[in-house]
Design a protein around this ligand. Structure first.
Ligand SMILES: O=C(O)CCC(=O)C(=O)O
Length: 267
């Protein structure tokens, strides 16, 4: 076990858990270096903002033989801090469903409407929301800079049928309507900002309602999202499977890295 019983209880109650100073500044620096390199790549793994053309999302940083691969990111995904914590929450062995970075450049980084991630992932053939997202702050995340917001306890509503929106931002998502969001906030309370220093981690449930605003600050806000699926949460076949860097169907348990710090070679 990496997480305590009290932390697991908080995760079950709120749908998220914040772990401050989990990743060292030097480790964050290495991951950022790899991400800056990956942003230069011309590939479908790099999705750009419609308005500015700067990188908004980067997939596949754990694929060491892929165009965006980064040893530091792949190594961190297998650290006890991230992988064992994911296993604890999932009560199972875990594997990487995907890793993606979300970037919001200063002044231009765009919003993410209110949504639940499982709204998308169930279309990949997943029947159970037995995944966990482990988000790592690579920059200071602030309210002005478009940090994430969570609606505590909203995962208890299950997966809400929401309309698909591929118009208002650069990436289509099943976005909660104004009526759905108003009703949710009345019952569950106001959204809370997920602000913090680089190295802070937030683990959250696939049915947790979340979103974030435009980056109005003069600083970039980069974040890395490690999404783990429980190995027993087998994906069913679908007519049009997404590429494996978005929806990995190979449920082979991920092994913990021999060295905990990614500053040391793996084996
Ligand atoms: O990075 C953000 O601010 C939001 C990301 C998000 O909600 C998502 O990728 O599903």
């Amino acid at each position: 076990m990496f997480l305590t019983d009290a932390q697991l209880e908080a995760y079950d109650r709120d749908g998220f858990l914040i772990l401050r100073d989990l990743v060292s500044p030097e480790e964050v620096r290495l991951v950022k270096q790899g991400l800056a390199r990956a942003c230069q790549v011309q590939d479908d793994r790099v999705i750009r903002e419609k308005s500015s053309g700067s990188a908004r999302m980067v997939y596949g940083m754990h694929e060491l033989d892929g165009p965006t691969g980064c040893e530091a990111t792949e190594g961190l995904a297998r650290s006890t801090r991230l992988l064992q914590a994911a296993r604890d929450v999932l009560h199972d062995e875990a594997y990487l469903f995907h890793i993606k970075a979300n970037l919001k450049e200063a002044m231009t980084g765009e919003i993410w409407q209110w949504h639940q991630d499982f709204g998308y992932w169930r279309t990949d053939g997943l029947s159970e929301p037995r995944l966990v997202t482990t988000m790592l702050m690579l920059d200071r995340a602030t309210e002005l800079g478009g940090c994430l917001y969570f609606v505590p306890g909203s995962h208890k509503d299950g997966t809400i049928e929401a309309p698909f929106d591929d118009k208002t931002t650069s990436v289509g998502i099943w976005t909660l309507s104004q009526e759905q969001m108003t009703d949710l906030v009345k019952r569950r309370g106001e959204p809370v900002p997920v602000a913090g220093e680089p190295g802070t981690v937030a683990m959250f449930h696939p049915d947790l309602v979340h979103g974030s605003g435009h980056n109005m600050s003069t600083h970039a806000r980069w974040q890395m999202y490690f999404v783990y699926n429980a190995v027993s949460n087998v994906m069913q076949p679908v007519a049009k499977p997404r590429p494996s860097y978005k929806a990995n169907r190979k449920n082979i348990p991920l092994q913990i890295r021999a060295k905990e710090s990614i500053l040391e070679p793996a084996e």
